[in-house]
Design a protein around this ligand. Sequence first.
Ligand SMILES: NC(=O)c1ccc[n+]([C@@H]2O[C@H](COP(=O)([O-])OP(=O)(O)OC[C@H]3O[C@@H](n4cnc5c(N)ncnc54)[C@H](O)[C@@H]3O)[C@@H](O)[C@H]2O)c1
Length: 256
Amino acid sequence: MPGLLQDHVAVVTGGGSGIGEAIAVGYAREGARVAVLDVDGDAAANTASTIAAQSGKAIALALDVSQREACFAAAKEVAHQLGAVSILVNNAGINRRNPVAADADVFFKDWQDIMAVNLTGMLNVTQAFLPALRDSKGRIVNIGSIQSFVHVRTPNSAAYTTSKHGVLGFTKALAAELGKDGVRVNAIGPGLIETPINAQVRAARPELVQVFLDHTPLGRAGKPDDIVGPAVFLASDMSSYVTGTIVMADGGYRTI
Ligand SMILES: NC(=O)c1ccc[n+]([C@@H]2O[C@H](COP(=O)([O-])OP(=O)(O)OC[C@H]3O[C@@H](n4cnc5c(N)ncnc54)[C@H](O)[C@@H]3O)[C@@H](O)[C@H]2O)c1
């Protein structure tokens, strides 16, 4: 039986680890040819190897999404190697935890770095692939967060919270702008997902994890694979009348 993403070409930024890796592998399983883009070229190559080992088709490119010209060059390379892109997942992201009110210079550096990847990086990659996405009536999936809405219980991450609110704002604005072209733009809002991005804080501050779990009706942290279903849904024809929204995959976090 053909997969839900048969004949699609998908690009996943930050596809070398965690959520992006799971989405890249999941998309390939559904029949898409996948370009795995990551600032860590070896990690991207590992994901592409995993896909190849499962008889899927993938390429890997080293790309820092904050480097605008490199994003446009990557778009050309992906088109050359895989063909016209019809799905883009803006997943690459970083987080730092420092108070706004402590060391001003430290927080300012966090702010600049986080905005460069989580927001400007998302814009760079989106613009680089936009001509192809418009031609294919494509789909864009941006990775937001529970921090696209709230900041409680996530201390000292004001820059990250601001960036993830921005991801949701960009998702809505772009959906409104591109609807007439048949391009759908949505986001996913993961809750606490066990990946390298939070490995250190999970190890060092188990009490913070517990606070999260106490506010998660499903009573467990998420795994990267928990994000694959929503990501396939939003990229496939199953969501043909869905645009400008965010699908929360957070174990119900915002309900309590
Ligand atoms: N893990 C969670 O609990 C959680 C929750 C909500 C949202 N998110 C979001 O999910 C996305 C993926 O995070 P993850 O948890 O899988 O983290 P991760 O650290 O496992 O993966 C992030 C990947 O992005 C890559 N990356 C970082 N900067 C990059 C850049 N400038 N250019 C290209 N690639 C870059 C990294 O090399 C890494 O492979 C991020 O946007 C993150 O904010 C994660």
